[in-house]
Structure formats: C-alpha cells, structure tokens
Design a protein around this ligand. Structure first.
Ligand code: IPM
Ligand code: MG
Length: 352
C-alpha cells in the first residue's frame, strides 16, 4: 500500500526517537512491499523558534492531508518561562483538539525480562496487561483559564456527550478483551466526576450488559495500580487523571520509555505518540529509549493503515530485542546499556 505519514519530531528527545520509528517503518515497507512517504512538520518549541507559533497552520494542513501523524515530544526549559505568551504544549493540545482525537489508548504491557527495571516486586507484575483509555480533548486541560496577581483558575468541564463517546470506546475495547471496565473519577468531590459516574453507569448498563463495571476514586486507583495491577483490564478516565495514572503505570513496564499511545477520533486522521515527554536532560546524548515511539508506530500500522501483520511484526521485534538482552539506560537496571540508535537497530534486526 501507499501511505503518507506526517512526522512531528518536536523537541528534546523527540527528533531522535522519531528517526528511529521512521527507520523501523522503512524496514517494514521494504519487507512487506509498501510505500510510506514521510513529511516532516513543525510543532512545539521547534515551531515557536521557527515561526513564533507552537502549531503553525502548515502543520495542521500537513496532518490533515496525511493518513496518520507520528509525534515525538514537545517542551523544554528553553520555552518554559511561566510568563511566556506561547508554550510548546499548546501546540500538542491544539493538535489533539483540531484533529478531534478524543480517545487516547495507552496499552500497559509487560516484558517479563524487564521486571528488574520496575520498582515493583516481580510477582506483582505477573499477568499485567491493561489498556488505559484517557479522554483527551476535554476537562481541565481545555477549560477557561484565568490569572491575575493574586489568583488563578482552571475550569474543568465535561458534557454528557463527551463522556458517553469515550465510555463507548472503552467498553467496546473491554468487550474484545476480558470484559472488565474500571472507570476512575473523584465523584466524592468533583461535580464533573459525578456526571462522569452517572453517565458511565448508564451507558454500560444500557449498551454493554456483558461488561463488568468497577468504579474507583482516583486516589484509590493510584494505590490499586500498584497493589493489584494484574486485575485491571480496561481503565477509562478523564484527561488529567489519565495523564497522571499512565505515568504511574509506566513503572509497571519498567520505564516511561516503553509505553506507546494512539489518539483516535471519529473518522479523522489519528495521532500516535509515546506517553513520555521531551526529556531535555538526556536529549541528544543517545540515552533515550526509542521503544515507546517504535511501538506507537506499530499502533499506527494497526489502527490507521490496517496493517495488522506488520504491526504484529514490529511489536514482536521489540519483544525479541528485549528478550535478547537489548537495554537502553532507562531499563538497564544499572547494567550495561546500548544507545538509542543501537536499540532501534536491534529492533530492526529482530524483524522477521
Ligand atoms: C502526555 C503529556 C502531555 C499531556 C503534555 C506534554 C502536555 O504529559 O501526553 O501525557 O499532559 O497530555
Ligand atoms: Mg503525561
């Protein structure tokens, strides 16, 4: 097949891990006889430097003209002045909103060989395999913000329609797995969470009678993720809780550098990005783990291009590279490690 893919390398380690993903995709194209055309565009701090804006119109146009978008990371100390008029993160949030990609799928799968890289005991990690479905285009991230000398505020708002559509995505995915859905909120304090809970209860009862629904308050969920991680199948939650809980969940997998994500909407071009940030402290030093980005490219092959065998091949190659002992610094547990590019080469070598 032929596919046009927009690459948004962004800032920090974004460009180096994006290069790795492109490299693996080139190998896949060769092996499976596809033609992937890549077009790069600017986002985040890199876009601010070049154009003054975190999300230039040309970037949006490029994304909309392609089949899928692969994004590295945005942000860094250079652009983090709290009084700056524009911030790199606005580029990412603006892109998510513009593309309407409200469902952020964050799989948390464990490579058993990485147990030593996790702060949890190995026996706790046995059987961990969950999907966190994070609502991505609503909530406190997108509410009205105010600031004066004495105070600041961030409005958190959700509509019934926004909750219904994300719960449907999550329940459908749960139906394809172990049939267990856990909805996370803060319904003892927040009005938006009470609406979230009522809506979730109703949608699941009316439309997904076969799904077993559990509801957890977010503080308890943070604890249960560590005390009984293997119990979770699909978790659905609002934007900010999903952001926080997935960084926590990454420790089950050993590193933030292992978790990919897919951001999907209704019949729009989808966005694929690792859940990690731009890690400016290690940028350009060959220390970044490209696995999350390469696994995000695999999700793109599966969800946007319908190339299931190719996606399976990439995921299996990451697993074989890890099983064969390839470790970047973040997952080396103090042992020997290889560079970002060497890890990508190991994944390519393990493609079968
Ligand atoms: C993520 C990131 C972003 C978010 C930042 C970079 C704005 O942390 O994708 O999880 O908070 O959504
Ligand atoms: Mg985050």
């Amino acid at each position: 097949m032929e596919a046009l893919i927009t690459l948004l390398p962004g800032d920090g380690i974004g460009p180096e891990v994006t290069r790795c993903a492109q490299d693996v995709l080139d190998s896949i194209a060769q092996r499976f006889d596809h033609r992937f055309e890549f077009r790069e565009a600017l986002i985040g701090g890199a876009a601010i430097d070049a154009t003054g804006e975190p999300l230039p119109g040309a970037t949006v146009a490029a994304c909309q003209a392609s089949q899928a978008v692969l994004l590295g990371a945005v942000g860094g100390p250079k652009w983090s002045d709290p009084n700056a008029a524009v911030r790199p993160e606005q580029g990412l949030l603006g892109l998510r909103a513009t593309l309407g990609v409200y469902a952020n799928i964050r799989p948390v799968r464990i490579h058993p060989e990485l147990a030593a890289a996790s702060p949890l005991k190995a026996e706790k990690l046995d059987g961990v395999d969950m999907l966190v479905i994070r609502e991505l285009t609503g909530g406190i991230y997108f509410g009205k913000k105010t600031r004066d000398a004495e105070s600041a505020s961030d409005l958190c708002e959700y509509t019934v329609a926004e909750i219904e559509r994300i719960v449907r995505v999550a329940a459908r995915l749960a139906g394809e797995r172990r049939g267990k859905l856990c909805s996370v909120d803060k319904a003892n304090v927040l009005e938006t969470s009470r609406l979230w809970r009522d809506t979730t209860d109703r949608v699941v009862a009316d439309e997904f009678p076969g799904i077993e629904l559990e509801t957890l308050l977010v503080d308890a969920a943070a604890m249960h993720l560590l005390s009984r991680p293997a119990d979770f199948d699909v978790i659905v939650t609002e934007n900010m809780f999903g952001d926080i809980l997935t960084d926590e969940a990454s420790m089950l997998a050993g590193s933030l550098g292992m978790l990919p994500s897919a951001s999907l909407g209704d019949s729009t071009v989808a966005l694929y990005e690792p859940i990690h940030g731009s890690a400016p402290d290690i940028a350009g030093r060959g220390l970044a783990n490209p696995c999350a980005m390469i696994a995000s490219a695999a999700m793109m092959l599966r969800h946007s291009l319908g190339l299931v065998a190719e996606a399976d091949a990439v995921e299996a190659a990451i697993a074989s590279a890890i099983a064969g002992g390839a470790r970047t610094a973040d997952i080396a547990a103090g042992g020997e490690h290889i560079s970002t590019d060497e890890m990508a080469a190991e994944v390519k070598r393990n493609l079968s």
